[in-house]
Design a binder for this molecule. Structure first.
Ligand SMILES: Nc1ncnc2c1ncn2[C@@H]1O[C@H](COP(=O)(O)OP(=O)(O)OP(=O)(O)O)[C@@H](O)[C@H]1O
Ligand SMILES: [Mg+2]
Length: 318
């Protein structure tokens, strides 16, 4: 880390920064000029002028900023190499349940609801399903999508459409786009949907017959079942075909994930089960395993349970 700071004041006069950039771009073809502009904070026009050797302003200042970015970029690259990647996808039993509910909704043109606590693997399973099946659109709600118009904007975005306007107009455009697609519209973080937005989603389903999956925390389901709101949502509730409730990460989920990390199962299992049974579940466990891998890699050996406990403490776990 310190190297990035030290190099801020690095001497850029003796460096061929254009050649350095070209070398980085050769190594990583995704590193476009636009990306460098974004990461470095040097403006687009200034960057273009400087690259072409026509910058009319204070070149030293620009070059200092570019040198600073190059050095920070290299440090980051180095660190991310040392920081192990978690297995992107592991077919845990809970994930299979989620995927089967998504598959059912798409195939039957029905509504599935998947709900449960944080870090149990809902979003990971959605992403995997999206990789496997055509016409799967995922709109992720948040506290910013509380109104039905903003929620529909999120759906428009997931569908990669250009539509604009109020809720009614967006709803019509969405219906037109997905009718006959045999697709699946997944609403992740669906607990943020307002009653009106839920009604809109229901009517989109009724008009098009495409599958819908509402995925989120317990509130997704309890709002449809409890309290005096239920009456509003009866119509939606009665349309739900499949429900998947996830209470906690199961022993089998945790074991499957541990095995995917290819670590000493017997030594690490107890500590990892303890971590994954806390709120944050598989997310907490994955973070700990990444950190523990770094500790172990630093000493050139495999992960053991002491690394796991140390990583858990280091990440502020209790
Ligand atoms: N099936 C899986 N394969 C690999 N990693 C997984 C799997 N499920 C969960 N994880 C790990 O756990 C993390 C949390 O999972 P995910 O984001 O899917 O949880 P979530 O249920 O959507 O949580 P939230 O309710 O907070 O959105 C993931 O980023 C990933 O590291
Ligand atoms: Mg999620």
């Amino acid at each position: 880390m310190n190297s990035a700071v030290n190099l801020v004041s690095s001497d850029c006069e003796n460096r061929d920064l254009r050649a350095e950039i070209a070398a980085l771009q050769k190594e990583d073809p995704k590193l476009s000029q636009a990306e460098i502009v974004r990461q470095s904070g040097v403006g687009n026009t200034v960057m273009s002028q400087w690259i072409n050797g026509h910058y009319p302003g204070n070149t030293m200042k620009v070059e200092a900023a570019i040198a600073r970015w190059i050095d920070a970029y290299k440090v980051r690259k180095q660190e991310s190499k040392a920081f192990p990647k978690a297995p992107e996808w592991v077919a845990t039993p809970s994930a299979e349940r989620i995927i089967s509910a998504l598959g059912y909704a798409q195939l039957a043109g029905d509504i599935s609801v998947v709900y449960g606590g944080a870090g149990l693997g809902k979003t990971s399973a959605i992403k995997q399903y999206q990789r496997l099946s055509p016409n799967v659109w995922v709109a992720t709600m948040s506290s910013c999508t509380a109104s039905n118009a903003t929620a529909l904007e999120e759906v428009v975005d997931a569908l990669d459409m250009d539509a604009a306007g109020g809720a009614a107009k967006l709803r019509r455009a969405i219906i037109k786009r997905i009718t006959g697609s045999a697709g699946l519209l997944v609403i992740d973080e669906a607990q943020h949907l307002s009653i009106n937005a839920l009604e809109d989603i229901r009517s989109i389903h009724d008009k098009t017959g495409i599958g819908i999956a509402l995925v989120g925390n317990e509130a997704v389901y309890s709002r449809m079942t409890g309290g005096n709101r239920a009456a509003y949502l009866d119509r939606l509730f009665s349309r739900i075909g499949k429900r998947v409730k996830l209470t906690r990460s199961t022993k089998a989920d945790i074991d499957t994930l541990i095995k995917a990390w290819k670590i000493d199962f017997n030594d690490c299992r107890t500590a990892l089960h303890e971590i994954a049974s806390k709120p944050g579940a598989l997310r907490g466990m994955t973070k700990v395993l990444r950190m523990a891998s770094m500790f172990a890699a630093g000493e050139g050996r495999d992960i053991n349970s002491a690394d796991i406990k140390a990583a858990w403490r280091d990440l502020g776990g209790e």
